[in-house]
Design a protein around this ligand. Structure first.
Ligand code: SF4
Length: 124
């Protein structure tokens, strides 16, 4: 069980690193030194957990799957404009406080503008 979890984490890291282009599952198995049976189990588990999506693809005349991560690592570019980075109230801001992120107009505006630009904070 523990080995399975670490294999899944390793697979997810590789898939995430491939970004929007995804990775063919056969390439993933090769990089992980996994059999296709082990690999299929891993990708099905990751999909069931909502961490990746699998799309059928015809490759070299055979149907296979390309795997995409549903989450991407946070990039500096995606948070560089966050108002918290330059906020003069950041020392006093925190959950449960008088100044807090849940009620911050600047933060809410920034999130909404990021979503409108199809550039969700922290990436997706
Ligand atoms: S949530 Fe608002 S008040 Fe808090 S640090 Fe960010 S910008 Fe400042």
């Amino acid at each position: 069980m523990r080995k399975q979890n670490s294999m899944e984490q390793k697979a997810l890291r590789i898939i995430m690193n491939e970004g929007e282009k995804g990775i063919l599952q056969s390439e993933l198995w090769r990089r992980m030194n996994a059999t296709s049976r082990e690999g299929s189990r891993i990708s099905i588990n990751l999909e069931k957990r909502g961490l990746i999506r699998r799309e059928r693809e015809l490759y070299n005349g055979r149907w296979t799957y390309r795997l995409y991560s549903k989450k991407q690592p946070v990039s500096i570019d995606s948070i560089i404009t966050c108002p918290c980075l330059t906020c003069e109230d950041s020392d006093r801001c925190g959950p449960g406080g008088k100044i807090n992120p849940n009620e911050c107009e600047r933060l809410t505006r920034w999130i909404l503008e990021s979503v409108a630009k199809d550039d969700p904070p922290g990436g997706e």
